[in-house]
Write a protein that binds this ligand. Structure first.
Ligand code: GAR
Length: 220
């Protein structure tokens, strides 16, 4: 990876909708000691709500419409824009489009995603409804390296969230989202600091002090 600007890694955040994780990453990157800067927010939908918020926060935005576009053609356009923008790291944040294995390979080790469950449990969509219907007592969220398989790849950080009796899917979604906003900026920090070592499916945070805090838990 190359350093950009004032020695901080240049990050592109890919969104498809609301962009609350995007906002959490942008806000975290405002800290003077944060090792990454958000260089670009990109959406595959022109109507993604998060685009306006990114612009309001002074971040460059771009749209590559995916509707009706061949998957390989979309990914080639995306790859070209990311490279032209000097991007070091890609963060998927509610980016609801599958990427081709070719694109994923090209960004291997430099692209991370957040998913609102404790992977490998509850991959896919409509997670919180399925968690409640399954009677799970604990759920959470996961930041992981992106691999060609959906919602898979080495886990960088997770946070656990209890599911109290009677909780609705909306209750669970809100509690999990609050933790997403904690662990995503933390995981990006570690990646940008080049502290993450990957061996098979296992990610180790290089630095004993930080490794301890990798076991984030919001439980009392
Ligand atoms: C988040 O809960 C994120 O974990 C989820 O989409 C939501 C986007 O919200 N991502 C996935 O389900 C990916 N498989 P946001 O746009 O407010 O960040």
């Amino acid at each position: 990876m190359t350093d950009s600007g004032a020695g901080r890694k240049a990050v592109a955040i890919l969104i498809s909708g609301r962009g609350s994780n995007m906002a959490a990453l942008i806000d975290a990157a405002c800290a003077p000691d944060y090792p990454a800067r958000i260089a670009l927010v990109l959406s595959n939908r022109a109507d993604a709500e998060g685009l306006a918020e990114a612009q309001a926060k002074g971040i460059a935005t771009a749209v590559i419409e995916s509707k009706g576009k061949d998957r390989a053609a979309f990914d080639a356009e995306l790859d070209a824009l990311l490279n032209a923008s000097g991007i070091d790291i890609v963060c998927l944040a509610g980016f609801m489009r599958l990427l081709t294995p070719q694109f994923v390979q090209g960004w291997s080790g430099r692209m991370i995603n957040i998913h609102p469950s404790l992977l490998p449990a509850f991959k896919g969509l409509d997670v919180h409804r399925r968690v409640v219907e399954a009677g799970a007592k604990i759920t959470g969220c996961t930041v992981h390296f992106v691999v060609p398989e959906m919602d898979d790849g080495p886990v960088i950080a997770q946070a656990a969230v209890p599911v109290p009796d009677g909780a609705t899917a909306d209750d669970v979604a809100a509690a999990v989202l609050a933790q997403e906003h904690v662990i995503y900026p933390q995981a990006l920090r570690w990646l940008a600091e080049e502290r993450l070592a990957v061996s098979g499916n296992t990610v180790t945070v290089r630095d004993a002090e930080l490794a301890k805090s990798a076991l984030l838990s919001p439980l009392p």
